[in-house]
Ligand binder design. Sequence first.
Ligand SMILES: Nc1ncnc2c1ncn2[C@@H]1O[C@H](COP(=O)(O)OP(=O)(O)OP(=O)(O)O)[C@@H](O)[C@H]1O
Ligand SMILES: [Mg+2]
Length: 296
Amino acid sequence: MHAAATATSATQADMAGAGEPVVSVRGLVNRFGEQVVHDGLDLDVMRGEILGVVGGSGTGKSVLMRSILGLRQPNDGRIEVLGIDARSDDEDDRRLIERSTGVLFQDGALFSSLTVGENVQVPLKEHHPDLADSLRYELALLKVKLAGLPADALDKLPSQLSGGMRKRAGVARALALDPPLLFLDEPTAGLDPIGAAAFDHLIRTLQQALGLTVFLITHDLDTLYAICDRVAVLADRRVIACAPLAEVEQLDHPWVREYFHGPRARAARQARDRNDSGDGDADAGPGAEPTSEASH
Ligand SMILES: Nc1ncnc2c1ncn2[C@@H]1O[C@H](COP(=O)(O)OP(=O)(O)OP(=O)(O)O)[C@@H](O)[C@H]1O
Ligand SMILES: [Mg+2]
């Protein structure tokens, strides 16, 4: 990341810290039979930040995201999304949360029989059924370009795209309704390092350009170091820390030590430091063209 971009993100993190929570979780409990996944979990996501969510496999990151989105009824606790009760079964509340949250699920989940353009139009059709077909098409094209895909991707089936392009198509669909909140579950999993860095750059650029708040589940240390303003650590059925990376790294917890102080973390830190000093080109700041395989 260039120094200028770093300064921008630091300012945004400060602003985010000073801002109000757009997602607030208190006392969350999730159980599956005997298995307790969350037990009294608290978390705030601040307006305008990119919050990285990390934790060992099976610690309940995806279940937390599904609970926040109201896709899973937790066993206990309070969750508010933009001040709306995520557990509400009121139809208007549900639709408002749906319209305010763009989601890229862990398994990608594009409709395989629909083109990319048709996939992006699905939420538009559902929430704006009166929109003229031509306008819906134009909007889908805009979102596809925003996600860094070439215009001709619009008429392709997901199976005709590379993994990285499919992720971008998922982002285009997540942005269809101009949501203020973006939820991403392991978006760089399965991408090669260059594709993953380009995707990180896309997320940072979109977040800055559109003023998004991003909830980003990841195992990817490079992503954490490159673009996250704060990091929430899930362990022992709770969020054991939620703070800027430099603070989280210092935590005295076995999982944190292993994760943040192993050789992979050292490499990710070095890559971040190289980019900060201006040698890297993975994050050229807002407004720059995405540089992935997808833009060719
Ligand atoms: N629908 C379900 N029924 C039963 N158990 C479930 C269900 N969904 C999740 N679980 C269990 O809850 C735990 C947390 O799952 P979750 O998918 O949230 O983990 P995760 O932190 O996202 O892991 P990963 O990093 O591997 O994606 C796991 O043990 C999982 O098996
Ligand atoms: Mg998961």
